[in-house]
Write a protein that binds this ligand. Sequence first.
Ligand SMILES: C[S@@+](CC[C@H](N)C(=O)[O-])C[C@H]1O[C@@H](n2cnc3c(N)ncnc32)[C@H](O)[C@@H]1O
Length: 206
Amino acid sequence: MSTVHRCVRRASMAMLILAAVGAAACARDEWQQPDRVVADMNLRDGSVVADVGCGRGYFVARLAKAVGKTGTVWAEDVSEGALKGVKQAVEKQGLANVKVVQGEATDTHLPDGALDAALFVNVYHHVPQEHRAGLTADVARALKPGGYVFLVDWRLDAKVRWDKDCRIPKDNLIAMMAKAGLALDAEFLYLPHQVFLRFRKPAAAE
Ligand SMILES: C[S@@+](CC[C@H](N)C(=O)[O-])C[C@H]1O[C@@H](n2cnc3c(N)ncnc32)[C@H](O)[C@@H]1O
């Protein structure tokens, strides 16, 4: 094969891979409805929010837009590899209001009482059972009084092929949050495959 043919073949492969990655993101947008999820978090200019278990940062830029230049997004995960990609994307997009932080299983390394809201999307079923209560308590610590946790995770009957053996019943998620002092106060019903729950930390006087 000539050098020219080899280059054309490599370029075609690269384009195919890029197209596949782009298509996967678009397909997720359809069922994940990220803009609607973020809109329902009621973030304002200046809000402080954590994307706990942010993975490769699917929600990060949307959250950064929602909190504006005076707000802060903490993009947190235990995976160094995932955060490397997030850091690159944040720099490339010039998202000056995003702070990337690597946590540990039950310690997010987020500051005390700093968050208006924390978002978990498809995280808890990846957290080993023995670490779930510790992680939840740690996020409760990092919330302001009156702050919210938004929890999105697979429904047991989700019609997708992933994570069939580790989905968590909604009642277990609610009980787990309650143990950390976070009370269920809203449920959003429009996501086709996931539960979407809002929990609130009591305000200081409550
Ligand atoms: C399926 S990914 C979801 C990523 C992202 N939230 C999203 O919706 O695209 C689950 C993520 O949870 C992270 N994770 C697992 N255990 C964690 C923990 N104890 N604290 C923080 N993140 C954790 C994993 O590293 C992984 O990036």
